[in-house]
Design a protein around this ligand. Structure first.
Ligand code: A4P
Ligand code: MG
Length: 167
């Protein structure tokens, strides 16, 4: 990734980590749309993006493979406002919700971390409770965790694809 030194993230917002996932339709296009939607949110900038990984689906059998990617952002949006904005980005990507959990989706945007904030209410759990169970999230997080002073410059920097090493 190409990056440049930037002002301290704490001067203009909280550093949050957002996990993107897609396993229906044009998955790479859905992730690209999510990145541009997130980068355009008020008070929000993408600082770093992990490799895009193709991963085996967790959930009901018979689903297509996922593309997953983690973004580091700095944002002045409050956690629930960020959630609302992400739900709207999912909606615009044609996301259809089913009563069954973990079914296939065009786009999922999860808040994995929001600074050091801990939240557990009816709408939001942060840190995301699945973080300890998802190797690919941990890998992607490790890839960008030290990069929060980097700012993404070229959109192509966010398109590197790697294959999952283990499930
Ligand atoms: N919600 C609570 N906490 C959060 C948070 N930290 N970030 C609530 C985002 N949303 C959060 O989500 C249901 C509700 O969760 C939201 O409205 C919000 O109020 P949803 O997207 O409708 O439902 P879901 O995604 O099916 O359920 P859940 O529990 O969010 O599942 P996950 O953890 O998002 O998992 N397999 C692979 N390989 N890769 C994946 O990315 N993702 C999932 C979905 C399943 N299997 C996967 C992957
Ligand atoms: Mg979700």
């Amino acid at each position: 990734m190409t990056g440049q030194r930037d002002a301290s993230p704490s001067s203009d917002g909280v550093v949050a980590y957002i996990a993107l996932g897609a396993n229906l339709g044009d998955r790479a296009d859905a992730l690209a749309g999510a990145r541009s939607g997130i980068g355009a949110l008020p008070g929000t900038r993408i600082l770093a993006c992990s490799s895009v990984e193709e991963t085996a689906p967790i959930g009901p059998a018979g689903q297509p493979l996922y593309l997953n990617q983690m973004l580091a952002v700095t944002t002045s949006l409050a956690p629930h406002s960020l959630l609302d904005a992400l739900l709207e980005i999912e909606r615009r990507a044609g996301r259809v919700r089913h009563s069954q959990r973990w079914t296939a989706r065009t786009l999922d945007c999860d808040i994995v971390r929001y600074g050091d904030v801990e939240i557990a209410d009816e709408r939001l759990t942060i840190p995301h409770p699945e973080l300890p169970n998802r190797d690919f999230w941990q890998r992607e997080l490790a890839e960008i965790e030290g990069s929060t002073v980097l700012m993404v410059q070229a959109p192509g920097d966010c398109n590197r694809v790697s294959r999952e090493q283990s499930t």
